[in-house]
Design a protein around this ligand. Structure first.
Ligand SMILES: [Zn+2]
Length: 402
């Protein structure tokens, strides 16, 4: 049987009595109750369902299926016939405000700017309208918001009218309606004429205020995020909290926050640059120390160094720096970390042996991989040897390649 929709008679009523018509479970084994009449609005037309209680048992979802309105309840009900239903008023009134706000925004976007609404989403904290537009400037969004708040202040009535298919031709609707019987129109005279099954307050003043939050470019549309009513205050509260945190962290008043943040980011960049310069200086000084400690073998200076957890990048920089500062040099660098041995070898131009050959010759000892060219080569393998033992292998290999 069709449930009588009391929320269309009086959208402000929060409690009611009704008779139980059916008690059942859906395909997901969720308990539900069907009543002869209800104030619980079921999900539909972009508006989420009401919540509340039936005989003090929580109603967590409401759906309309083939004319019957199913109240999904947390546990089975014990009553047999008449019961008391109460809806969560804050949630319902919030939905009414958001929904009516959407009507106003859509009307202004289309009538003043030529952007028809494609869809509407009433989210938990933020709502959005998708409009058919390639672009919406911040200035336009500001104008829309200003006019919307003006219409709220003017407190226009929001009327509903049930019409037949024939009577429909007397109205110019924003969008063609999908039903042909029992058509419900929501009318804000001179502003908006729309087929709509949602709940709305009886005048625009109850929306209280509208704030457009931000715009997002979709493939063919622009998504306009907004909030109405209490949600405007919630947004203000949240943003205020963030700004207070930032003003204290950055020691700057609100109007200087952007400037202060830019300064911090710039300082960060400068410091990174300075750190890079200092690192290079350190590497140069390290290169000099290593050259001073190098031992002559035959007619070559052999630079040997073993590191713990040294990055490949730094070893490569050192291997490049040393031959630039001295001649007749072969550089052998090994680093050991938790699981691997890594090496970088280089030489000055006046040494004839190939570093690629050298590395390829020793890598099998640690089951490693790598390579390079005649002047510089690198690689890595497992820690089957200690770094010292591996360095000895490297030194022996260099001697053999003389
Ligand atoms: Zn509506």
């Amino acid at each position: 049987m069709t449930t009588k929709k009391l929320y269309y008679k009086d959208q402000y009523n929060r409690s009611f009595t009704a008779n139980v018509v059916k008690v059942s479970k859906d395909e997901k084994e969720r308990d539900y109750v069907v009543l002869d009449q209800t104030h619980f609005y079921p999900t539909g037309g972009g508006q989420p369902h009401d919540t509340g209680t039936l005989q003090d048992v929580r109603v967590y979802d409401v759906e309309e299926v083939d004319g019957e309105i199913r109240h999904f309840i947390e546990k089975p009900l014990i009553v047999h016939n008449e019961l008391v239903g109460k809806i969560d008023w804050n949630r319902r009134f919030d939905h009414m405000q958001q929904h009516a706000g959407q009507h106003i925004l859509s009307a202004i976007l289309e009538d003043d700017h030529g952007y028809p609404t494609v869809s509407f989403h009433l989210g938990k904290t933020i709502c959005s309208i998708d409009i058919k537009a390639h672009d919406l400037s911040d200035e336009e969004a500001r104008q829309v918001e200003e006019k919307a708040n003006q219409l709220i202040l003017e407190n226009h009535p929001i009327e509903t009218k049930w019409v037949t298919d024939e009577e429909l031709s007397n109205f110019t609707l924003r969008k063609a309606v999908s039903v042909t019987d029992n058509i419900r129109l929501v009318i804000i005279p001179t502003i908006d004429y729309n087929g709509c099954g949602g709940t709305h307050p009886q005048s625009t003043g109850e929306i209280s205020s509208i704030k457009v939050l931000h715009l997002e470019k979709q493939k063919k549309n622009i998504r306009v995020y907004f909030v109405c009513g209490n949600r405007v205050l919630n947004q203000l509260h949240e943003k205020h909290h963030v700004i207070q945190g930032l003003t204290s962290q950055l020691s700057a008043p609100q109007e200087k926050l952007v400037e202060a943040t830019e300064q911090v980011l710039q300082q960060n960049k400068n410091q990174e640059k300075r750190i890079d310069q200092l690192k290079t200086q350190l590497l140069k000084s390290e290169a000099k120390t290593l050259i001073d400690e190098a031992k002559w073998v035959h007619n070559r200076k052999i630079v040997k160094a073993i590191f713990q957890n040294r990055s490949m990048k730094e070893m490569q920089q050192l291997a490049k720096l040393i031959p630039m500062k001295t001649s007749q040099v072969v550089v052998l660098l090994v680093s050991e970390n938790d699981t691997k041995l890594q090496l970088v070898c280089s030489r000055s131009d006046d040494v004839v042996i190939s570093m690629n050959k050298l590395v390829k010759q020793v890598l099998p000892v640690i089951d490693g991989k790598g390579g390079g060219n005649d002047s510089v080569a690198q690689g890595g393998g497992d820690r089957s040897l200690s770094a010292e033992q591996f360095m000895e292998e490297l030194g022996n290999a260099v001697n053999k390649l003389k």
